[in-house]
Design a binder for this molecule. Structure first.
Ligand SMILES: [Ca+2]
Ligand SMILES: [Ca+2]
Length: 284
């Protein structure tokens, strides 16, 4: 315990003097330090995001972030969490980040429509996800969501730069709710619960885009069968809480055994020539 405290003190003291860090694959905000880890509403919001110390995806004692928006007009009306810390800014392309994943639920009064928006590039331009993730009010349990963030996934919504120029020099990242492709959140009365915001990467983004695989039957009881456009080498099965519960090599029969898993929702990560994809399935 004393050693832990010493390490913590050391980390706090030395953090401002450490080399400049920036976005990298596996960067995560898990909120376990009791702070908002740099996620904010910007200045003078009456309802900034707060750290809730319990009730996250793994239950008691798992911190998560709560963002509330009031609707109407003025400060606090729009649902947005934004981050300008070094951990979440920099060169997303060079880092090899291809999607943002997070666990989320919607305990609020209105459906949410989530997008990633970014500011950056030499001309401080703004981009937003072309396609949104739906987080309806029926999503009352924690589930995993993915928002793709390669150059093909964004629309420029302000400024002179291309999407690629912004992705190579991001100065602010946001997760917003907006039915339209916009940098700002939409004014609505909403509540977002979010945890484990993670920058996911693969070795070859272009390669991953060409890797197509389907699984069946889904739901499954005994085995998962794969149909892929090229050989699948490895699999990892994650629980809904993100723990690896099974992994191994995929044989030429393209079968993954699931009979030993307990009933529930799972994610299977399939890898082919350093590219990977994640699919959701249900075991009954
Ligand atoms: Ca957490
Ligand atoms: Ca707010």
């Amino acid at each position: 315990m004393e050693k832990k405290l010493l390490l913590l003190l050391l980390a706090v003291c030395c953090l401002p003097f450490m080399a400049i860090s920036q976005i990298q694959v596996s960067t995560t905000s898990d909120f376990e330090d009791g702070t908002t880890q740099g996620w904010s509403n910007g200045n003078s919001s009456p309802n900034p995001p707060t750290n809730i110390p319990t009730g996250g995806p793994t239950g008691a004692g798992d911190n998560f972030l709560e963002e509330i928006s009031s609707g109407g007009v003025g400060a606090g009306s729009k649902l947005v969490i934004q981050n300008t810390t070094s951990k979440w800014t920099g060169d997303y392309t060079n880092a090899g980040v291809f999607q943002l994943s997070f666990l989320a639920k919607n305990p609020g009064a209105n459906d949410l429509t989530l997008r990633v928006a970014m500011e950056g590039g030499p001309g401080s331009s703004r981009i937003a996800s072309s396609n949104a993730i739906s987080l309806p009010t029926t999503q009352t349990e924690w589930d995993i969501f993915f928002i793709p963030i390669t150059a093909n996934d964004f629309t420029v919504v302000g400024g002179p730069n291309t999407v690629q120029e912004v992705l190579s020099n991001v100065t602010q990242i946001r997760i917003i709710s907006n039915e339209n492709i916009d940098y700002n959140g939409q004014a609505l009365e909403g509540t977002l619960h979010i945890d484990n915001i993670t920058a996911d990467g693969v070795a070859g983004i272009a390669d991953a885009r060409q890797f197509s695989v389907e699984i069946y039957p889904n739901p499954t009881y005994k085995d998962l069968f794969l149909t892929a456009n090229r050989p699948v080498e490895n699999f990892q099965i994650y629980s809904a809480l993100g723990n690896v519960v099974s992994s191994g090599q995929v044989g030429s029969d393209n079968v993954i055994p699931t009979v030993n898993l307990s009933a529930g929702v799972y994610f299977v990560k399939l890898t082919s020539n350093k590219a990977s994809t994640v699919l959701k399935f249900i075991k009954y």
